[in-house]
Write a protein that binds this ligand. Sequence first.
Ligand code: NAD
Length: 368
Amino acid sequence: MTDILDSTDPLGPYQVIHIARHRPHLRAILVVDNVACGPAIGGTRMAPDVSLAECRRLARAMTLKNAAAGLPHGGAKSVIVADPHMPHREKEETIRAFAGAIARVEDYIAGPDMGTDETAMAWCRDEIGRAVGLPRELGGIPLDEIGATGFGVAIAARVAQEFCGLTLEGARVAVQGFGAVGRHAARFLAERGAVLVGASDSHGTLVDPDGIDIQDLIAHKAAGGPVSDYSGGRALDRDAIVDVPCDIWIPAARPDVLREDNAGRLDCRMVLQGANIPATPEAEAILHERGILCVPDFIANAGGVICASVEYHGGTEAVAFSAIEEKLRRNTREVLELARDEGILPRAAAERLARARVERAMALRRWA
Ligand code: NAD
């Protein structure tokens, strides 16, 4: 990723806003990367260690993701530097203050991300009249509850299997980050016969080569237990998930979890990127050299934003699922065919296709 002020980057960022308030305490950043395709949709992440660099990269990923999915939306991201587990009242005050601070950035529509959820988006909507990923009561399609992104990840896997000689029936899956994306991806892949052999969260890793009961593990997590406390399987430390032998390895947690120093440890055929920017460019190059197929984040995990866009334009849950299926199927194939035919990395193919769409949209706009 280029420097934030790099004037040679034709796509953006369009606006970068630092927010600092004292009462209530609020430290946040909003990067609106590009609005050529329409008002930008991008999640609001709350974590103690988020940074401008992370926000900027995630905003670009949203520009490419929304363009790749053919949505009438540009890309943006916002981060709030805070502990997402703070007391509920304090969190409500923080989110409402954040919404107030972005009220006038009308070409940004916030959505849920790590550390925020549909309740947080309801507070945003209440303050400024716009947000996506709303609760059902407000006409929303609760994308994490229905597993919109995980569903899309599984559709991408169905297409990608033929590009690396895999069959989902019996494929072993390991998921890093058994949260909203990870657990639903595992669930939808299991419907196609895949078997979950490893799962991790921020506390530890659970491994069982004979297969983990996904619904039971979901219930265990919902009751507040870390995956490593689950009764079946073997508990290991958090980063041991990287070494779990499997066919499909799914990062579904934080950025840059695959790097030059650990990409050589993966023992799989496909990396299906549920998380945003989970691998550094060096790691993706290593995986490519090792013959491991990498389905890039902004192709594989577009289900959530497709669902958010359907919600924003008044569509139903059924419309959202069929839009995710159609778009993920087509985009994954287009990207993997281009990568194969030209011998380039899937990310390079995906970026080429998405950038071309953004540039065509930019050419149709009158820019100051
Ligand atoms: P989540 O908070 O529901 O789940 C994240 C999970 O990762 C949690 O179980 C957490 O314990 C775990 N985790 C955190 N740090 C970890 C670490 N270092 N090692 C292992 N596990 C760790 O979040 P989510 O909504 O599932 O999002 C996960 C990723 O997917 C993020 O990168 C997010 O930006 C991306 N994403 C989410 C959506 C969506 O629809 N929710 C859509 C597109 C992309």
